[in-house]
Design a binder for this molecule. Structure first.
Ligand code: KIV
Length: 277
C-alpha cells in the first residue's frame, strides 16, 4: 500500500520524524523502497545533480514528467512528490496543467511549488481541485537570483514573513511545507505553530521531518557537499574504483572470461564458416 497524505499527517501527530529523500530514476526509487523511505521528492535539483546545469532554472516540465514516471515505476510504496519547475505555475491554468502532467500522466501523488504569499491562491485552487500540494519556504532555489544562496529569515521582519507565509499556505490547503536554509530556532517555532508537517533541509532538528538530496547523502555528487548534508556512504568513490577495475581488465584482456561468454558447438560454427575463408 502506498503511503498517503493521512499517513504523513499521522506521523507528524504521533511525533514520528519523516525521512524524505530525492530520487530521479527507477533504480534509486526501488532502493528507496527497500530502505523504507516513506516520501520521495522528484526534485528539480535534478537539473544540477543529474543534468549538470548550474541551477534548477533550466528544468522543464518534460524533464520532470520523464523522471517522475521512472520513479513511480520503481517504487510502489512511497508518497511521491514532484516539483513544478521554474515559471510553470505563475498562473492558475499553468499550475493546473503542470499538476495534470506530473500527477495525471507521470503518476506523482503530490506536487511541490516554491514561494509564499505569491502562490497562496494557486495552492488554494490546486488543493480545492484535489491536488495535494507541498509548499517550499526559506531558501527557494528557483528564486536564487533574487534572494541569493543564503540562510533566509534571520532578521525579525523576514522571520515574521516566513511564519505568516507558512500559516497562509497551511490555510490554503498545503499538506506539508519544506523549510530550506532557515535558522533552526525559526524552523522549530514555525513547526510548533502549524498543524501540517514541516520537512527541513538545513533547518535544524525541530522540523517534523527532513529531506536530503540523493547525491549528497550517498557521496555520489561531483561537486561540493552542502554544509547541511551528511554523507552516509561514499558511493561515488566506490563507482570510480569499480570503473577503474573494469577499464584495467578490458585493457589487459582479463575481462570477459568464459564465465561471461556464450559458447556454440564447434561443428555448427565450422559449417557456418565453411567456404567463408
Ligand atoms: O529540488 C529539490 O531537491 C528540492 C529540495 C532541496 C527540497 O527542492
Amino acid at each position: 500500500m502506498r503511503v498517503t497524505l493521512r499517513d504523513i499527517q499521522r506521523m507528524k501527530e504521533a511525533g514520528e520524524r519523516i525521512a524524505m529523500v530525492t530520487a530521479y530514476d527507477h533504480p534509486s526509487a526501488a532502493l528507496a523502497e527497500r530502505a523504507g523511505v516513506p516520501m520521495i521528492l522528484v526534485g528539480d535539483s535534478l537539473g544540477m545533480v543529474v543534468h549538470g546545469h548550474g541551477s534548477t532554472l533550466p528544468v522543464t516540465l518534460d524533464d520532470m514528467a520523464r523522471h517522475t514516471a521512472a520513479v513511480v515505476r520503481g517504487n510502489a510504496r512511497a508518497l511521491i512528490v514532484a516539483d513544478l519547475p521554474f515559471l510553470t505555475y505563475g498562473t492558475e491554468p499553468e499550475a493546473l496543467a503542470g499538476a495534470r502532467r506530473l500527477m495525471g500522466e507521470a503518476g506523482a501523488g503530490a506536487v511541490k511549488l516554491e514561494g509564499g504569499a505569491a502562490v497562496v491562491s494557486t495552492v488554494a485552487r490546486l488543493a480545492a481541485l484535489g491536488v495535494p500540494v507541498m509548499g517550499h519556504l526559506g531558501f527557494t532555489p528557483q528564486a536564487q537570483h533574487q534572494i541569493g544562496l543564503r540562510v533566509q529569515g534571520r532578521d525579525a521582519g523576514a522571520a515574521r514573513r516566513l511564519l505568516d507565509d507558512a500559516l497562509a499556505l497551511e490555510r490554503a490547503g498545503a499538506f506539508a511545507l519544506v523549510l530550506e536554509l532557515v535558522p533552526a530556532e525559526l524552523a522549530a517555532a514555525v513547526t510548533a505553530r502549524l498543524a501540517i508537517p514541516t520537512i527541513g533541509i538545513g533547518a535544524g532538528a525541530g522540523c517534523s521531518g527532513q529531506v536530503q538530496v540523493w547525491h549528497d547523502i550517498l557521496g555520489l555528487g561531483t561537486g561540493r557537499v552542502p554544509r547541511h548534508a551528511k554523507p552516509y556512504a561514499e558511493i561515488g568513490s566506490a563507482i570510480e574504483a569499480a570503473l577503474k577495475g573494469y577499464v584495467a581488465e578490458v585493457a589487459s584482456g582479463a575481462f570477459p572470461t568464459a564465465a561471461q561468454s556464450a559458447t556454440m558447438d564447434e561443428a555448427v560454427l565450422a559449417r557456418a564458416l565453411g567456404g567463408a575463408e
